[in-house]
Design a protein around this ligand. Structure first.
Ligand SMILES: NC(=O)c1ccc[n+]([C@@H]2O[C@H](COP(=O)([O-])OP(=O)(O)OC[C@H]3O[C@@H](n4cnc5c(N)ncnc54)[C@H](OP(=O)(O)O)[C@@H]3O)[C@@H](O)[C@H]2O)c1
Length: 214
């Protein structure tokens, strides 16, 4: 299976890269710095064009949109959440996901049973909305919405789309006090990706297989 993972240089993306490569999948990882990975800044359209040129003609069985940012932790409602922070995080967490799918659509269409996995978050949920982290929550909700609509549009082309909460994971983003390791998250997510098909397309699931409330 040919897989591409954005943000494969650290955190959950790196654990997915390691796990999939270890089981014998042919894995492209991307990172902003390159450094052994294919270079991709998901917020930069020119970077997407370069990646698309680099792997033109290669069938892609699974595209994992993992790269993300969480910069607004602890901001004060009265004085924080600078407009530039909104723009920067949406460029990565929302536009970045869209541009990645758009750039690699031709590769997905060359595969027999292609899939797209979008790493969103439980913080995307509108049913579970405890407040705070407005930019991150809104951006992950938008990524969820994007995935749900892509699932409809891509179904006729045979491309399944799943949206996932990876758990609260011990990474730079999740922090040392988070509940699970990157290996636990990656193992669960890979099982979810394997199970994804056109009957379940548009699903929003946790890494351990529970249906997540929207
Ligand atoms: N950790 C959690 O508890 C948790 C919970 C729910 C959802 N998530 C989601 O899971 C995904 C991975 O999170 P993580 O915990 O592994 O985070 P992380 O350790 O902070 O790693 C984030 C990854 O995204 C990459 N990235 C950020 N901005 C980018 C850009 N403009 N272009 C390309 N790559 C970029 C980073 O690359 P650089 O090294 O270049 O910065 C890094 O590889 C994210 O989408 C996150 O929102 C995480």
């Amino acid at each position: 299976m040919k897989v591409l993972i954005t943000g494969a240089n650290r955190g959950i993306g790196h654990a997915l890269y390691t796990l999939l490569a270890a089981r014998g999948d042919d894995v492209f990882g991307t990172s902003r710095e390159g450094a052994g990975f294919l270079p991709l800044d998901v917020a930069d359209p020119a970077s997407h064009h370069a990646l698309a040129r680099e792997i033109a003609g290669t069938p892609l069985d699974l595209l994992i949109c993992n790269a993300g940012q969480y910069l607004d932790r602890g901001q004060a409602l009265e004085s924080g959440y600078d407009p530039q922070m909104w723009a920067d995080m949406f460029a990565v967490n929302v536009t970045g996901v869209f541009l990645t799918v758009q750039a690699l659509l031709a590769n997905l269409k060359l595969a027999a049973m292609p899939k797209v996995a979008i790493i969103s978050s439980q913080m995307a949920s509108s049913e579970r909305a405890p407040g705070g982290s407005y930019i991150y929550r809104a951006s992950k909700a938008a990524a969820l919405n994007l995935g749900r609509n892509l699932a409809q549009d891509l179904k006729p082309a045979g491309i399944a789309v799943g949206i996932y909460h990876p758990g609260w994971v011990r990474t730079d983003m999740g922090g040392a006090g988070a509940s699970i390791s990157v290996a636990q998250s990656a193992e669960g997510l890979v099982q979810r990706f394997d199970a994804l098909n056109l009957d379940t397309t548009g699903c929003f699931e946790t890494y351990d297989g529970q249906v997540h409330p929207f």
